[in-house]
Structures are given as structure tokens and as C-alpha cells.
Design a protein around this ligand. Sequence first.
Ligand SMILES: Cc1cc2nc3c(=O)[nH]c(=O)nc-3n(C[C@H](O)[C@H](O)[C@H](O)COP(=O)(O)O)c2cc1C
Length: 196
Amino acid sequence: MMDADMLVLHLNSIQEVIQNEGDLNFGGLLGKIEVLCRELDVPVGVKEVGWGIDGGTAKKLVDAGVSFIDTAGAGGTSWSQVEKFRSADPVKRAAAEAFSDWGIPTADSLRSVRTQVGQPVIASGGLRTGLDAAKALALGADLAGFGRSILREATESTEAVLRVLQTRELELRIAMFGIGARNLDALKNTPHLTVR
Ligand SMILES: Cc1cc2nc3c(=O)[nH]c(=O)nc-3n(C[C@H](O)[C@H](O)[C@H](O)COP(=O)(O)O)c2cc1C
């Protein structure tokens, strides 16, 4: 209806448990995703919400027709923690606490997904700078996503968001210049940026 260019599905099961109004009906999800990919005439992507996707899951999703994967790995925004702060239920708040470091870290998720699928992979989850983006691209990502680290600017103005993204771009370009990577292909194949 909105003439969107794509649809992105969130695999946010743990978030839904903590959320008061959460929907826990995740049964038969892969089959439903497969139908959606078949029926829609725009690309369907799948992302996590702060706990990462593993390579095996990414492969199943791609086999079901998914066009791209966003890691949304652990190490940045965690939506169980966001729901913890939103919830007025002391039992749910306490349970959410146990999941504060749940999930696959972004770098591990990225490596795992990259070994299993050739489709575009977006690295997100805890990225703060253009240097983080450069490392993600060197690890095999095609795009890098920022959430929390541009949230303040997003609540200020469009100009503030553009400024912070210009900074991210400059940081990315500086990192590429520093390792002698002439373009993004060279960055993707560099041995000079490592992530532990
Ligand atoms: C306030 C906030 C709202 C968000 N809303 C969405 C959203 O509507 N759709 C989406 O795909 N990602 C959204 N994200 C991003 C992801 O859920 C996840 O946080 C992503 O991996 C970015 O990680 P980062 O926040 O650690 O950079 C949001 C992030 C924040 C901080």
C-alpha cells in the first residue's frame, strides 16, 4: 500500500516475550516466510533485533526465498532490554535481565552468515563509527547499519542525521585510505583489518 521497495521481517521472539502486548505465535514461521517471498513482488529481507543470525538459519531463509540478511547482532541495541525498560511488570523486568548478553555477537554472526549465503548481508548491531563499518565490510558485509549510535541526531533534525552520516562516511574513507584500499572491493578483500 505504501509502495515500499522491500519488506524486512524481524525475528524478535525474545522481545515479544518481554513485551506486554507481545505475540508468541512463531509456529511454522519458515513456511510463512516462504509464502510471503513467493507472493510479494518486492524483495523480502530478514533481520534480528540484537541477537544475531547464524549461518545455518540464514541458509534456510535464503532457500525459502529471502533476498538479504541483516545480522542485527549482539553487542549493540537489544530489544529485550528495551522492553525491560518499557515494562511495568516486575517479573518480566527481572527475567529480561537474564538475557542482557544473549545472542551471537555481530562479528561472529557476520562471519557465520557469510560462509553460508551469497546474498547481500547487512552488518548491524553495535556499530558506532565508519571504522566499525570498514571492519564489517572487510569481514564480508555488503552494507553497514547504525541504530542507537545515530538515535540522538535522529531526534534532533534531518541536518543532524546528515552530519553524523557524513562523519561515518569520512571515517570509512580514512580507514580505506589508511590501509590502501582503493575501493569497496579492495576493502572487502583486505587482510589488514581484523576483528577479534
Ligand atoms: C530506537 C530504535 C528503533 C529501531 N527501530 C527499528 C525498526 O523499526 N526497524 C529496524 O529494522 N530496525 C530498527 N532498529 C535497529 C535494530 O533493531 C537493531 O538495533 C540494529 O541491529 C541496530 O543496532 P544498533 O542499535 O546497535 O546500532 C532500531 C534501533 C533503535 C535504537
